[in-house]
Design a protein around this ligand. Structure first.
Ligand SMILES: [Zn+2]
Ligand SMILES: [Zn+2]
Ligand SMILES: [Zn+2]
Length: 285
């Protein structure tokens, strides 16, 4: 699989447009990789993770068209990960050419939010009673905690995140056919005991892992990792055996308040055994 990062910033993006801290000013001065949109990612040009609010800007800035999307997964419905206007933008109303009908896997909470929002956009042709939305080119596929979901050639494991439990946040194991597996691990804080053991027992081991790094050099919160908790989690995962010494370890979801410009962040991360992602980074899984 080919993973393209379409955003690596936290909820407010990096730089935060409203902030004049040294990290935000440095990012504005440096530009390029220092500018981070809100988190979304694309696998193989056809599988989208999260319909975030910066999808338009990321697609156009990075030159990554999204018409090929046939499958999608939503981690959770926080506003930095889910902007409903994206579905209108790819709908039949907009006379879009070359887009496909997609299977979109969501939690029950996200499904209810989608249905509510869709009522505002729909015409008579759609059929919300069976989560079938021809106008919006989407069928909802509901996932519960620990479900294994099949979307075309892709298999997903819906792992409950330690993040907004009332919103049923998930992180995902993702693999194509019997190929190597990716862990998409944002948003979350440190996992409760037993989670990685369960992932291992579900027969998942990851060649590439991407995980939340929201608080960087500051202290972790109850809903996001810091660098210290990130490093501790990676060690736990190695001990349990869901990753090994060959696994490529990547960080994302960087907040302005605790992340310097990319060159300095890369040096900080390298000392601790992992790599920061950037918008437009492409990783082979
Ligand atoms: Zn987030
Ligand atoms: Zn700032
Ligand atoms: Zn969140």
């Amino acid at each position: 699989m080919n993973l393209t990062f379409l955003g690596t910033g936290s909820a407010e993006g990096h730089p935060n447009p409203f902030c004049r801290c040294r990290h935000c000013d440095d990012a504005r001065r440096v530009g390029g990789k220092a500018i981070r949109y809100r988190c979304s990612a694309l696998i193989d040009d056809e599988f989208l993770i999260d319909f975030g609010p910066d999808l338009n800007a990321a697609s156009n800035t990075l030159g990554v068209p999204l018409n090929g999307v046939r499958y999608a997964a939503q981690t959770h419905p926080h506003e930095d990960h889910l902007y409903f206007g994206n579905f209108f933008n790819r709908s039949t109303h907009c006379l879009v050419e070359g887009a496909h009908h997609m299977q979109y896997t969501v939690s029950p909470v996200t499904a209810e939010l989608f249905r509510d929002a869709a009522r505002g956009w729909l015409r008579e042709v759609d059929d919300p009673s069976r989560d079938h939305y021809p106008t919006l080119r989407a069928d909802l596929v509901i996932h519960q905690d620990w479900d294994t979901i099949r979307l075309g050639p892709y298999t997903l494991l819906a792992i409950p995140a330690n993040h907004a439990p009332e919103l049923q946040a998930h992180i995902f194991g993702i693999r194509r056919d019997d190929g190597p597996a990716l862990l998409w691990g944002t948003d979350t804080a440190t996992m409760p005991d037993g989670i990685w053991e369960r992932v291992r027992d579900e027969a998942w081991q990851f060649s590439v892992m991407v995980m939340d790094h929201n608080h960087g050099y500051r202290d972790a919160s109850t809903v996001h990792h810091s660098s210290d908790s990130f490093v501790a989690e990676v060690a736990r995962m190695r001990d349990v055996g869901v990753i090994d010494g060959e696994t490529r370890v990547l960080a994302t979801h960087f907040a302005h308040h605790s992340h310097p410009v990319p060159e300095d962040l890369a040096a900080f991360a390298a000392e601790r055994g992992y790599e920061p992602a950037w918008d437009g980074m492409v990783v082979e899984v």
